[in-house]
Ligand binder design. Structure first.
Ligand code: 5GP
Ligand code: MG
Ligand code: MG
Length: 198
C-alpha cells in the first residue's frame, strides 16, 4: 500500500466521480433551461466551489464567472455565527441575475450573508446552486435552489471540500477517517502528516 495516497485517509465514498458528473450535468442543464435568454453571473465561492463551478458551467450557455470568498466562524467559542467578506467580487451586479455556486450549505450563515449582500447591491435575482445541502445543520433560513445531493450531517471532504486545506483535489466526496483529525484514535504509526496550517 502506497502511504502517500490520500485515498487511504477516506473512510467511505459518499458520491463517486461519476455521481458528481451526473449531478453537475443535471444542475447545469436545468440552469441552462431556466436562464435561457439571459446572461447570468455565476458567482463561485472560493475555494470549495471551484470544481463544482467549472463542471456545472460546461453545461450552461452564455454566462459570466466571478469569485467571492467569505469566512464563517461556526462552532468557535463565539457562536455568534459571524461571517466576513474576505475577497469581494470584481464587478457591479446591480440589475444582474446572480447564481451563487456553493460547495456545501450547512448552517446557512455564509449563504444568507452573500444573498443579503447581493440584494443590497441591487441584484435583479439571486439563486443558489450547491453541490451539497446539509439541511440538518441549518441555523438560519437559507434556501438552496439547485442541489447536487442532500448530504447527511457528517464532515465530508473531496471535490473542493477540505480538511486543513487538503483533499480538495480528490475526485469524489467522502467521509474522512477519524484518526486523521483525531490522532488519539490513530492505531497506525505511519499516518501521513497533514498538519500544514491554512
Ligand atoms: P455554513 O455553515 O455557513 O452554511 O457553511 C460554511 C462552510 O462550512 C462551508 O462553505 C464549508 O467551508 C464548511 N463546511 C460545512 N460543512 C462541511 C463539511 O462537511 N466538510 C467541509 N470540508 N466543510 C464544511
Ligand atoms: Mg463554501
Ligand atoms: Mg474549509
Amino acid at each position: 500500500m502506497n502511504q502517500w495516497d490520500m485515498n487511504n485517509d477516506i473512510e467511505r465514498v459518499l458520491y463517486s466521480e461519476q455521481d458528481i458528473a451526473e449531478a453537475a450535468e443535471r444542475v447545469g442543464k436545468q440552469l441552462a433551461a431556466d436562464y435561457e435568454g439571459r446572461t447570468p453571473i455565476i458567482l463561485s465561492v472560493l475555494k470549495g466551489a471551484v470544481l463544482w463551478t467549472v463542471d456545472v458551467m460546461r453545461h450552461m450557455q452564455y454566462a459570466e464567472v466571478e469569485f467571492i470568498d467569505v469566512s464563517s466562524y461556526n462552532g468557535g467559542i463565539a457562536s455568534s455565527g459571524e461571517v466576513d467578506l474576505v475577497t469581494d467580487l470584481q464587478t457591479d451586479i446591480a440589475g444582474r441575475d446572480v447564481i451563487i455556486m456553493e460547495d456545501i450549505v450547512d448552517t446557512g450563515r455564509s449563504l444568507k450573508f452573500m444573498i443579503d449582500l447581493l440584494m443590497e447591491r441591487g441584484a435583479k435575482s439571486v439563486k443558489t446552486a450547491s453541490l451539497l445541502d446539509k439541511k440538518e445543520g441549518r441555523v438560519v433560513e437559507a434556501t438552496v435552489d439547485y442541489i447536487g445531493f442532500d448530504v447527511p450531517k457528517a464532515f465530508v471532504v473531496g471535490y473542493g471540500l477540505d480538511y486543513k486545506q487538503l483533499y480538495r483535489n480528490l475526485p469524489y466526496v467522502g467521509v474522512l477517517k477519524r484518526e486523521v483529525y483525531d490522532p488519539a484514535h490513530a492505531d497506525v504509526v505511519d499516518t501521513v502528516d497533514i498538519t500544514p496550517e491554512h
